[in-house]
Ligand binder design. Structure first.
Ligand code: ARG
Ligand code: ZN
Length: 867
């Protein structure tokens, strides 16, 4: 029976903070749930039947947002309106019995849901599809439910829709499907695994499917499916292969096999994040699953593989063992990022993988940790959990697991992870639980808890002295005191250290040092140097801890390390330190930098061209900004950086011409070697253009015209735009025309134009006025705004900030998650020079009255309390 509609009341209250310390276990367990989702032209109807069993004293509370309640029954009886209380966030049933079967019927409007959370429409016209995003709290926008990660239950899902949506998917196994009147049909899915609601997924679409099979180490035959638009289905092979590689890798490295008969991946063009690990039914942003040589750069294609692996790895680290509450988000994300980084490192040069991961960590996570949005890897409070899918939780979270793994060594780490999986399978747990399982291998693992609780990037300083045949290394640590947190404590910091002979380059000793106090000394005995040599110390090898390092290397020692450090990451690292010294003025002459690059590239160009390419990395503007807690002037920092780029280009032009000749265009291959050659060729092309090499213009056109793949084509196009070559406009037009039906390539077309320094704010603004600039597609929105955010000289002007902040305001109503994420790029506004700082302060304050989402309001408030 249908009651009159009951609409949730809007009680406008200030955003409420939730605290980790207030955690209480769920009052009711849900034994099982039956869902019935029926899609109609302009709405959907969702029926839910929950069998709930009391576990503790208290009210029966179900979360629900933007739901129109049509009816509610308790144990078969329709509930009178005074028997329950409905508010904006959900409903409470008063005096509910210990066993309560609740049946609700609600109406929702996926067609008008622009938040990309809950059940929403993606795409328009013939491409229209309906997908879900439930993590972290989207399920409550589909039906009333105890939507929290520690309520695990068994789902049966019926989907019903018009037949032109031929794809009807939900988690688990397909148990039934059939036809209905009115050109409608249905499917019924059953997921045998108990899971939290954030892992629920459903798809109603019209997609093609690529199928494959995998037999697990346990002998299970698994059907693998990747669903995409017909025009994209041939771009799913890379992802499919990555999925099989990931399944095998997890068996080999962690002893973990897949546990259902079916694994599905669905690609959608409108998605806020990269992808989502829903049980047996991952939903992916097209940008993180589609890949073909013609349309996808090497960099992107590599990302596709790593995101596929990431979501697959969640099946154990996240799904089978999940989080007790959202404060523990890093438990699944940190561990899973560490796992996907390790996987990726096994498919390319490990050094390059580490360089890329560390470059991101340093530019983005260190900046976050140094700014007004700094928070611990496990936060203790939040207003909007969506605001905490951050670099700190993901990347610093991964670094902590990596430190534990390195500290334990391979075997003991495996012993700890085996214990974790055995002990907590099927449960919702905490960071403490993770550490306690790991500590079966070594009790000191528990000390790493401090890393989860304390914000701020530690600075490790040190040096060494020689005493006879001993080398004595002293190290000290210091972490800034982040306002509103306890005074920082000393953390356990693994410092992987080696000693080399300055003349022979031979490694004489190496050891993992563990700094656990503010200061400590470590001795290396019996260091046998060759005649006339001195020891060259190399610390924090492979970036053994997420810290800033300030070690008193001599410039010559750094140059030696670039030449002979056997660990590739530290070769790169030594060069980065030298560059930083030049940029900060403590090294005057750039010739040392130029000569070490030249020698190293000569040596690496054949065997590891990817590492050779990375040696040209100049510390990013964002990283350089971190040196300033106040008076940061983007213009002078950029000028100094450009000067170094110019000096390196001039100094290496003749070499670059020769190197370039060694890298002719070749037929496409997807190997580390071929990818490295393509990257190095693009780097050298840019270098030659920077140095004013006229011949390089023709080479850019030639590379575009004869490109075998997108890395070559886009590399050439970006170089033409960056260096303002004569024919750049006609090439841009050609590119657009060739790829006008490929949304992801058109995204790249926007990025290519918005990125160069020569593109002004008003040019970016005009890109955003185009009709193909779709404000409802996050990928498209990010093309220009992320480019602007990466250009501090333009961002921190009145014009730049106006464009940026007006976009945040515009998105606040339609997609608050995206709006808040964009806003967070301004978190270090308070470190600017006085005039820019005052301007930013005023403009940020003006935004407050124009927005209403708790996502944006929470960030604005946190950003403003640091002024
Ligand atoms: N768990 C997903 C991943 O790590 C991210 C989903 C986050 N979604 C969100 N709306 N905040 O791949
Ligand atoms: Zn994840």
């Amino acid at each position: 029976m249908i009651m009159t509609d009951t609409v949730q009341k809007d009680t406008a209250q200030p955003p409420k903070k939730v605290y980790l310390k207030d955690y209480t276990p769920p009052v009711y367990a849900v034994d099982k749930v039956d869902l019935d989702i029926r899609l109609f032209d302009d709405h959907a109807v969702v029926g839910a039947k929950l069998k709930m069993i009391r576990a503790h004293a208290g009210d029966l509370r179900l979360f629900g947002r933007d739901l129109k309640l049509k009816s509610i029954h308790l144990n078969g009886q329709e509930l009178e309106s005074q028997a329950y209380h409905l508010d904006k966030e959900g409903l409470t049933i008063l005096d509910a019995p210990d066993v309560a079967v609740i049946e609700t019927l609600v109406e929702i409007s996926p067609q008008t849901n622009t938040t990309l959370e809950g059940l929403y429409q993606a795409g328009t016209g013939d491409d229209k599809m309906f997908v879900t995003q439930c993590e972290p709290e989207g399920f409550r926008k589909i039906t009333f439910f105890p939507d929290r990660p520690d309520v695990l239950t068994e789902y049966t899902t019926r989907l019903e829709a018009p037949k032109h949506f031929k794809t009807l998917l939900a988690n688990g196994n397909l148990v039934e499907s059939g036809e209905l009147d009115d050109n409608r049909h249905y499917t019924i899915w059953h997921d045998p695994t108990k899971k939290p609601s954030y892992l629920f997924a459903a798809v109603i679409a019209n997609l093609e499917v690529l199928q494959d099979h995998y037999t697990t180490i346990e002998g299970r035959e698994v059907l693998l499916e990747v669903y995409a638009d017909a025009q994209d289905i041939d771009k799913c092979h890379v992802g499919m292969q990555a999925l099989k590689d990931a399944m095998k890798w997890d068996e080999d490295n962690y002893g973990r096999a897949y546990d259902l008969d079916r694994y599905m991946i669905v690609a959608t063009g409108q998605f806020n994040m990269g992808a989502m690990e829903n049980k047996g039914l991952n939903i992916f942003n097209t940008s993180c699953v589609l890949s073909s040589p013609e349309t996808t750069t090497d960099e992107r294609s590599f990302l596709v593989k790593s995101v596929i692996a990431h979501e697959y790895f969640h099946n154990w680290t996240g799904n089978r063992i999940t989080c007790r509450d959202w404060f523990q988000l890093c438990l699944k994300e940190g561990f899973t990022v560490f796992r996907d980084q390790s996987f990726s490192g096994d498919f390319r040069s490990k050094a390059v993988q580490r360089i890329e991961d560390v470059a991101v960590l340093r530019a983005a996570q260190f900046a976050e940790d140094a700014g007004s949005l700094a928070h611990p890897v496990r936060p203790e409070s939040f207003v909007e959990i969506n605001n905490f899918y951050t670099m700190t939780i993901y990347e610093k979270g991964a670094e902590i697991v990596r430190m534990i793994a390195n500290f334990l060594g391979k075997e003991k780490f495996r012993q700890g992870s085996d214990e974790y999986f055995a002990r907590y399978d099927g449960q919702a747990v905490t960071v403490e639980d993770f550490l306690s399982a790991m500590s079966v291998a070594d009790a000191r693992v528990m000390d790493f808890l401090a890393w989860y609780r304390q914000p701020g990037t530690p600075v490790v300083s040190g040096g060494y002295r020689v005493l006879g045949d001993k080398v004595i290394i002293n190290l000290s640590q210091k972490t800034r005191h982040v306002p509103n947190y306890d005074a920082p404590v000393a953390l356990p910091i693994p410092v992987d250290t080696a000693i080399f002979d300055s003349l022979t380059g031979e490694m004489l000793a190496s050891r993992m040092l563990l700094l656990t106090t503010d200061n400590a000394q470590f001795e290396f005995d019996h260091i046998q140097l060759s005649d006339g040599a001195h020891p060259v110390v190399s610390v924090l090898r492979n970036f053994s801890a997420p810290v800033k390092i300030d070690f008193d290397y001599t410039d010559e020692d750094l140059a030696s390390l670039v030449a002979f450090e056997s660990e590739g990451f530290n070769r790169w690292q030594a060069l980065q330190i030298l560059m930083n010294r030049w940029l900060s003025g403590s090294v005057e002459d750039a010739t040392l930098i130029i000569s070490v690059i030249q020698k190293a590239v000569d040596e690496l160009i054949e065997d590891d061209p990817m590492l050779a390419a990375r040696l040209f990395d100049i510390p990013s503007q964002k990283e350089l900004a971190m040196a300033y807690d106040e008076n940061y002037d983007p213009i002078s920092v950029k000028a100094r950086r450009d000067e170094l780029i110019g000096k390196i280009a001039d100094g290496l032009l003749e070499n670059a011409k020769l190197w370039y000749q060694k890298l002719p265009l070749q037929a496409y291959e997807d190997t580390p070697q071929a990818r490295g050659r393509r990257l190095l060729r693009n780097v050298l092309l840019n270098l030659r253009l920077t140095a004013g090499d006229e011949m390089a213009h023709q080479d850019a056109y030639h590379q575009y015209d004869n490109a075998s793949c997108m890395s070559e084509r886009l590399g050439a196009l970006m170089a033409m735009i960056e260096h303002n070559l004569d024919k750049k406009d006609s090439y841009l037009d050609d590119f657009y025309a060739k790829f006008s039906h490929e949304d992801l390539v058109i995204d790249a077309w926007f990025v290519a134009q918005a990125t160069p320094d020569s593109t002004s704010v008003s040019q970016i603004a005009s890109l955003m006025e185009r009709t193909d600039y779709d404000w409802n597609t996050p990928n498209r929105v990010r093309t220009t705004l992320s480019a602007l955010a990466a250009k501090p000289v333009q961002l921190w002007t009145a014009e730049g900030l106006d464009l940026y902040l007006s976009s945040v305001v515009r998105l606040d109503g339609s997609n608050p998650q995206l709006a808040a994420r964009l806003l967070s790029a301004l978190a270090r506004w308070n470190t600017l020079t006085a005039d820019k700082k005052a301007m930013a302060q005023e403009k940020l304050a003006a935004v407050t009255s124009q927005v209403s989402s708790k996502n944006v309001l929470e960030f604005l408030q946190n950003m403003q309390t640091v002024a």
